[in-house]
Design a protein around this ligand. Structure first.
Ligand code: GDP
Length: 297
């Protein structure tokens, strides 16, 4: 399960802390050293860990905490609050255009990150909000990707727009927008092509789509299991094309949690949703407070 190994380690640290009646500065420092190790083992970005520990220590070694009735509990409370802040504090919602205007969402990410699956999952969420989404097959390199989108779209009861493999993604996006206007779709989600690694060609293709149609939200899909690689991918996309939010997939299998804990702090981009399984219903809105509770048990 998500965060299991990190959670277990932190819970052990806090069990010790809770069992002490009074805390000395040395007790807090020793506990924070263990928290630091646990976060580094969870593959949280090094700079993020350093800043996090400093922030917690500064607050925890204050007079109010040390002289309080239950200092162990106070330290845990501070860690909880700082974890929530690390993940962005508030839940970030996808912003839709006002009224009946069409919202254009472009999905980006590396091959295998879970982009096509997540596109269909999102369409399901939007339908529940009363939207009429149109999925657009812009991955022209892999016929299997188009087919996969069609199959998943059908499962979700959502129309899929495809022009096969012989058109430029930017032109497909433009035609899809015209189709959506006629068809009264109010959200279109472009499923773009990924590559094995971040490369110029992929970025240029995404930029061309952005230059051709007005993209309101660019959402990056990253695989939680890849840890700091996911964070680096997010930084590259943020730098090259600009992203509005991240969806982190496969959190169900990620016992460490390093990517989930680092992405907002490193890139400034919020995590919008978390993929929690292969089924099309396995997409959860990302609540920093609930994630912190999951970690601290
Ligand atoms: P794409 O190449 O980025 O479009 O990736 P796909 O959507 O084809 O997904 C790659 C694999 O990851 C598929 O086997 C998906 O079922 C799987 N997958 C996607 N999201 C999740 C998730 O949140 N959890 C799990 N366990 N598997 C996922």
């Amino acid at each position: 399960m998500a965060f299991d190994s990190l959670s277990e380690k932190l819970q052990n640290v806090f069990k010790n802390l809770r069992s002490k009646g009074r805390l000395t500065e040395a007790d807090v420092k020793a506990a924070m050293k263990e928290v630091k190790m646990a976060l580094l083992e969870a593959d949280v970005n090094f700079r993020v860990v350093k800043k996090f520990i400093k922030g917690v220590e500064e607050r925890a070694i204050g007079q109010d905490v040390m002289n309080g009735l239950n200092p162990g509990q106070m330290v845990i409370k501070i860690v909880n609050e700082e974890l929530i802040a690390l993940m962005g504090s508030e839940t970030t919602e996808i912003k839709f255009q006002p009224g009946s205007a069409i919202t254009v969402i472009m999905m980006a990410g590396l091959q295998g990150a879970g982009k096509t699956t997540t596109t269909a999952k999102l369409a399901g969420k939007f339908k529940l909000k009363g939207k009429k989404p149109l999925l657009v097959a812009c991955d022209v390199y892999r016929p299997a990707a188009i087919k996969q989108l069609q199959v998943n779209g059908e499962k979700q009861g959502v129309e899929v727009f495809s022009m096969g493999e012989n058109h430029k993604p930017a032109n497909i996006a433009k035609a899809a927008l015209e189709h959506a206007a006629k068809n009264h779709n109010n959200v279109i989600i472009l499923d773009t092509a990924g590559r094995l690694h971040v490369d110029e060609e992929m970025m240029a293709e995404l930029q061309e789509i952005k230059d051709t149609v007005e993209v309101h939200q660019t959402i990056l899909v990253v695989d939680a299991m890849t840890g700091q690689d996911a964070v680096n991918v997010a930084s590259s996309f943020q730098e090259k094309i600009g992203i509005d939010g991240v969806i982190i997939t496969k959190l169900d299998g990620d016992t460490r949690g390093g990517a989930a804990l680092s992405i907002k702090a490193v890139t400034g981009c919020p995590i919008l949703y978390a993929g929690m399984g292969e089924k099309l219903s396995d997409l959860e809105q990302f609540y920093p407070d609930r994630m912190a509770s999951r970690i601290l048990g």
